[in-house]
Design a binder for this molecule. Structure first.
Ligand SMILES: [Zn+2]
Ligand SMILES: [Zn+2]
Ligand SMILES: [Zn+2]
Length: 492
């Protein structure tokens, strides 16, 4: 029978004590060599080892009275309470019914994972054994009390919910669903799945739940399932998805929803969308709205909207700086001794060869080939000669690198970072250039434009080592838009 406490003071007088082990004022959980707080008690019933007084290997909840804080067993500490599980005899933390944590957890798991026959569903046995084999049973018990994970596991055990990634991904409570999937993958019940794909599915569930009205949500759902998820799943079978890939899919889904809202705002719907509507949609914010085109293609293909067309336009890259500005910056990087050598060279690689900083930082000292009368750079095919002033700076940098000491002095990076074995981060290099007034993005675009004036875009692409589709497109766009201008410098 628990006494009724009329006042807070009375409660404190009965239960709050200074813990003899940690000294904090707290409710006492035991009274051994003195009052013990809950935290210290919990620690005591999870401490095992060889008792220094009797030599037995067992639970060591007690403390030597000498005050040297050495943990000893209950018998040597003359603790009257015992800690043996009523079922298995294990000595440790006992929970309700005087069962140990493992027996308690086993009971809960057996109940939860029961397939209806009184036994754990066979597919879930590895999960059960895995959880019971865990080192931290306390944490495993915690999620039984705090999360909805057991509910979902029970539904899986009974067969109310198919034991598949797909069924779990469709649950409205994505937090619980993804915990369950992590758990099942961890114990080998479900196959490992791409992390980016899981994050995307989770995002999608949330996004669709927020979409209004329901007709829009339904359409976007179908598009996302049949077009985006299908594509991502297929891709993930071959290689891990990159965050940029799933980000693209997110944009497509978002723009699809935007398009439906835009149509509704113009008092029409997908079925009745006209060419004029589509032209109007594309006439503004083209770059932002372009990801909706995946949805348009899908909607036309699947008969959700009439077959219409649009003209492809390149998206605008950051406005390039004028050529005379670019040349002035190049001159400054070559001559200005106050700018650190590293930034001068990186800036020149951007302004002369349109190299993205993410590639600049990947260069090694072997990408700079020096001979008596020239310096060649390995940035594309063939090797690119470095003009005299840049060659001088590179010589200087290589000499510095050879003389340097520090954690990264023996690495091959041309621009070593602060951490051993790592190159400089391209973001920090970008910030450094920005501080010295070098506009990296627009400077790069400007360099590209100049280069495609001198040679056909594919040749330039090969020379600069641009293999990826995106950069090549940027290059061709730069050439494309440049070619529309009449010859001559219009930048001034
Ligand atoms: Zn304590
Ligand atoms: Zn002992
Ligand atoms: Zn037990």
């Amino acid at each position: 029978m628990s006494p009724a406490y009329s006042t807070r003071e009375q409660f404190e007088r009965w239960h709050i004590r200074d813990c003899v082990r940690c000294g904090r004022r707290a409710a006492k959980a035991a009274n051994w060599e003195g009052p013990i707080c809950r935290t210290c008690f919990d620690h005591a019933v999870h401490t095992w080892g060889d008792c220094p007084d009797c030599g037995m290997h067992r639970l060591l909840p007690g403390r030597r009275s000498s005050g040297d804080e050495v943990a000893i067993c209950r018998d040597c500490a003359a603790i009257t309470r015992d800690f043996f599980c009523d079922r298995c005899g294990f000595e440790g933390c006992l929970l309700a019914g005087r069962f140990c944590e493992r027996c308690t957890l086993a009971d809960k798991l057996n109940r939860t994972l029961d397939d209806g026959t009184g036994k754990t569903r066979p597919e879930l046995v590895p999960l059960r054994d895995g959880i019971l084999g865990s080192q931290n049973l306390k944490r495993q018990l915690a999620w039984f009390g705090q999360s909805r994970v057991p509910e979902v596991l029970a539904a899986l055990a009974r067969g109310d919910l198919p034991l598949t990634h797909k069924a779990l991904a469709a649950l409205p409570d994505w937090r619980t669903a993804s915990s369950v999937r992590e758990l099942l993958m961890h114990h080998g019940v479900l196959p490992r799945m791409d992390r980016q794909l899981m994050l995307f599915e989770r995002w999608l569930a949330q996004r669709l739940a927020d979409l209004e009205p329901p007709e829009h949500a339904q359409l976007v759902h179908r598009f996302a399932t049949w077009n985006e998820l299908r594509r991502l799943r297929r891709k993930a079978e071959n290689e891990p998805l990159r965050p940029t890939t799933t980000n693209e899919a997110r944009q497509r889904v978002n723009r699809a929803a935007d398009f439906l809202t835009w149509l509704a705002d113009h008092n029409t719907g997908l079925q009745h969308c006209t060419q004029a509507d589509l032209d109007a949609w594309h006439s503004k914010h083209y770059a932002t709205r372009r990801p909706a085109q995946a949805f348009l293609r899908w909607a036309m293909r699947s008969g959700h909207m009439p077959k219409l067309t649009w003209t492809w336009k390149p998206t605008t890259n950051p406005a390039p700086i004028a050529q005379h500005q670019r040349l002035a910056l190049i001159r400054r990087l070559v001559t200005d001794q106050t700018i650190p050598l590293r930034e001068r060279i990186a800036g020149l690689l951007v302004l002369l060869y349109a190299q993205p900083l993410s590639r600049v930082v990947q260069m090694t000292i072997h990408d700079v080939i020096t001979s008596d009368n020239e310096v060649l750079l390995r940035i594309g095919d063939p090797l690119t000669p470095a003009p005299g002033p840049l060659a001088d700076l590179l010589h200087e940098l290589l000499a510095d690198r050879a003389a340097a000491s520090g954690p990264n002095s023996d690495s091959d990076w041309l621009f070593p970072g602060r951490r051993a074995g790592q190159p400089l981060q391209h973001r920090s290099l970008g910030e450094a250039l920005h501080r010295h007034g070098i506009p990296v993005q627009s400077g790069r675009t400007s360099a590209l434009r100049q280069l495609v004036l001198q040679a056909p875009a594919p040749v330039v692409a090969r020379m600069l080592g641009f293999h990826d589709k995106h950069t090549t497109r940027v290059l061709i766009e730069a050439g494309g838009s440049w070619n529309r201008y009449a010859p001559g410098d219009h930048d001034r």
